[in-house]
Ligand binder design. Sequence first.
Ligand SMILES: *Cc1c(COP(=O)(O)O)cnc(C)c1O
Length: 490
Amino acid sequence: MTVPHEPLHTQQETLDPTDWVAFRARAHAMVDAAIDKMASTTEGRVWHEPPASLKASFNASLPMQGHGGDATQTMLTGLLPYGVGNTHPRFFGWVHGGGTPGNLIADIAAAAINANLGGRDHGAMYVEKQVNQWCRALFEFPETASGLVVSGTSIATIIALKTARDQCLEFASRSEGLAGAKLTGYTSTQTHSCVARAFDILGLGTHALRKIPVNGSFEIDTKALEVAIAADQAAGFTPFVIVGTAGAVNVGAIDDLEALADIAASRGLWFHVDGAFGALGVLSPRLKPRLSGIKRADSLAFDFHKWLHVNYDAGFVLMRSEAAHRKAFSERPDYLKGAERGLAAGNPWPVEYGPELSRGFRSLKIWTQLNEHGIDKLGEMVTRNCEQASYLAERVQEAPVTELLAPVAMNICCFRYVVPDYGVGQLNALNEEIVVQLQLKGIAAPSTTLLKGCTAIRVNITNHRTQFSDLDILLDAIIEIGAELAPQFA
Ligand SMILES: *Cc1c(COP(=O)(O)O)cnc(C)c1O
């Protein structure tokens, strides 16, 4: 028995509150403010431009002395109205998810646990394993497949393509680099820029990614693909990967994934699918048949923060060959050695499947979303967004002043306001301005893109809050603003 003795040191200060009652009240006030924001998100303006005073308040000098919890909380609360607008039902820009109130609770729980998911044996790791298992089931990958929760499709793509690169070079590239290998990859002109960026980061160079033309539906031309691969082989290059897209960012086109899987299989190439938002189309009976090729992919990158409405950020990379995945990343120095028992158990660790060691508890948001709402309901939201895009396309085609610019493959509708006798330059400028006005007026927030030289008003619907009436509001506003602005562009 040790004898209680006088402490050697007096109690030292920590970063914890001295008054937990006051802290509890402050935390509850923030929870209330956050719920108020979420409960009222369907009302009012889509986007509030951050005021000059707010911008200026973030030019403060480095706080040598803390301002304390209350002053900090005032600043936090002041930030709440100035989101990008993606929680609003009429946010249609780029591809953003709307998030859910349930994820607010998950984030509080995750912050309380404050887990590091680089590895080791603790509760959070089992949540992550569950998410991995659900992803395999969702995309009909084998039980032996591996995966990693990441921040988004951009990093998921880097992880997948590094594995493809290393496998092609028999993993010597991990120590020797490319050593003169002339690797080439193939994708369509519609592919997201993160694929070229991955080629850059992986030392392959963006020119090694061959951009294959698309057909009238913006899907990769598979004949041109085969010609390009053969030409590169004849010229001494080493083709190693085909990247197909399930839901291309411009118009939502889905490549013929089965055909790409066949071509990759017949030539021994890695088949990667960028399914950032579109892969979740497998939840919808309407889209599922067109996505059957995903289950033949060697790797798939997709986001939970887009069409599954998980609050930012959460993406995933799914890999058919666990062995290749681990061989491309595993590097466990002595201080990270695993064990059979104790805290260092639970092997293999996520650190063996990606570039990061410390990793936050993103998987809790994902688990919460799937667990709370279930696949059936999340799938209904996907289907409804597609029906809404088709509905908008019908209205666009009916109206004499609007013109559809691309077929609607899933949830994206691209069109423009037209004025008879206006040239393409005038129409492009007019449509750019219509979109800016919609955003500034707070009515709706579509974005723009360029399709065959024409500026399109691009309406992406990955939003569980969007109602059909929101699309009426959008189109009516476009027609009104278009008529008002048209004379300025004459
Ligand atoms: C959003 C998107 C990406 C990039 O995903 P992040 O999560 O933003 O990194 C890649 N491809 C497509 C088709 C996308 O829509």
